[in-house]
Design a protein around this ligand. Structure first.
Ligand SMILES: [Zn+2]
Length: 128
């Protein structure tokens, strides 16, 4: 697994914006950064950086490929897109896809339920 430095991330974004193919980006960056990058590593990082997918020849023009975003629903709690403004936004889980607590928030302008507000802002506990 290649280590992605901030410089490499910036370079990847720049090259992708130039409409370069992922295979070419991998070759260019392998040479420039004296590391070994595969096309798949470049595609993976591009997805994480939010670079729009390209170079997908099999996709019809109107079809928007979803291969770079995880749409897996969390097993418990609420998915981000299911949250309403009164739902607690405390994230659960160790990594994406995160789920969220979803309890009703306390009316103090913070996006957490009472339990998570006291976790997030310990000062609240002593003021009550
Ligand atoms: Zn909560």
């Amino acid at each position: 697994m290649a280590i992605w430095t901030p410089d490499m991330r910036e370079r990847l974004k720049t090259l992708a914006e130039m409409d370069m193919k992922y295979t070419e980006i991998a070759a260019v960056m392998t040479a420039e950064f004296k590391t070994r990058l595969t096309k798949n590593a470049v595609i993976g990082m591009a997805g994480r950086l939010g670079v729009p997918p390209r170079n997908i020849k099999y996709a019809p023009a109107r079809y928007t490929p979803r291969v770079f975003t995880s749409r897996k629903k969390p097993v418990d709690g609420y998915a981000l897109e299911d949250l309403a403004s009164h739902h607690c936004r405390w994230p659960k889980g160790d990594g994406p896809p995160y789920s969220y607590c979803g309890q009703t928030i306390i009316p103090n302008g913070r996006p957490y339920c009472f339990t998570h507000a006291t976790l997030a802002y310990p000062a609240l506990r002593s003021s009550r």
